[in-house]
Design a protein around this ligand. Sequence first.
Ligand code: PMP
Ligand code: GLN
Length: 385
Amino acid sequence: MPTFPAAVDSRLPGVGTTIFTVMSALAQQCGAINLSQGYPDFNAEDVLFERVAHWMRAGANQYAPMAGVLPLRAAIAAKLTDLYGTDYDADTEITVTAGATQGLFTAIAALVRPGDEVIVFEPVYDSYVPAITLQGGTVRRVTLRAPDYRPVWDEVAALIGPRTRMIIINSPHNPTATIWSAADMAELARLTRDSGIVVLSDEVYEHIVFDGERHQSVARLPELAVRSVIVSSFGKTYHVTGWKVGYVAAPAALMAEFRKVHQFNVFTVNTPVQFALADYMADARRYLGLGDFYQAKRDRFRDALAGSRFELLPSRGTYFQLARFGALSDASDKAFVEWLTREVGVAAIPVSAFFDDGRDEGVIRFCFAKSEDTLDAACERLCRL
Ligand code: PMP
Ligand code: GLN
C-alpha cells in the first residue's frame, strides 16, 4: 500500500497502543504467565452459553431495540433497586452498551463540550483522558498517593470551579484496588451540591469487594444518583470480557442525551447475548457470590507471595493486586515488568502507565482473576526472585 499522501494531523498525538495490549502481546510472545491485562483465564458457566445458543436458535438474531432488550434492562433496573435502593426506569434510564468502554466514551461525548473541565483521579484508567481530549474537554487531575491512595477532598474542592462539567470516579478502583467509603461518597455529594456537575461513576468492579465491605454505588445516595451516570460491565461480572457487553444507568434527562450519541455510535448491541444475560441475571447469587469468589483468589495469591521480596499493598476490591518491587530492583517499573515477562515468565502492568506524567513509584499491578494452577505457577516463579 502506498503511503497516505499528506501529513496525518493526529487528534491524539501523545497516545500509543494501550499498555494492556502491549503487555498481553509481550506475554504471548514470551510464553509468560499473563497477570497483566485484566481478564479471567477460566470460563463462564455452561448454562450461560446454553442461554446464548437458545436465543440464537430461537431467532433473536436481528437488531435489538436501540437501548437494549427490555428483559435485560428490567433485570438491571431490578438489581439496582435491590442492591442500592434507587429506582431506575427500564424504559428511559437504562441503556445496554458494547462494554463499559463504550458507555464511558459515549457519556463523555454526550455531555462534555469544548472548554469544559473534567476532574479525574490519578492513577487513572486509560480510556478516560483520550475520550475527554477528543471532545475538547480539559482534564484536571487529583493525585491518589501510595500506599493507600485515598482521595484528598480538599484537593478535589480546589479544582472545582464554574467550568467543571464532570467528575469521573471509579470504585472499586483500577489499578489501586482501593474502595471508596460512604464518607467519601458523602463528601462528593457535598462538593457537587447545587452545581450542574455530572458524576460519571465507573462501577465495573461493583460486585468485587472484599472483607465484608459494601460497594458504595452513587445509586445509594439519592443526592448523587440524580447527577450521576453509572457504567458497569458484564464482562467483569460474568467472566466474559470478550463479549463486550455492559450498561449505563442515569436519570432520564441525562440518559436522553446519552442515547442521542449512542444511537449513532453503536446503535445497539449483540441481541442473543442480551437475552441470555437477562436470563442469567435472574439468579442474583451469580453476582452476589463474586466478592467471595475473588477474595479466595486474592488470599491465595497474597499468601503465596508472602515469602517473596515483593511488598504487597492492600487489595480491598477489583481483581488486582499492587506490589512494590524496590527490594528486587531499582529499574523503572516499565523496565521491570519487561524483564519480569521475558526473564521470569510472569507479565504484569507498570502503574506509571496510569499517570499522565509517567510518575513511577516502583509499583506494578498483578491480575489474580486466574485459575489456582495459574496463580500457583506464577507465585512459584515470583518467589524465586
Ligand atoms: N473501566 C475500568 C476501570 C476497567 O478496568 C475496565 C476494563 N474492564 C473497563 C472500564 C472497560 O470494561 P469493558 O471491557 O466492559 O469495556
Ligand atoms: N480493564 C482491563 C485492565 O485493566 C483491560 C481492558 C483493556 O485491555 N482495554 O487490565
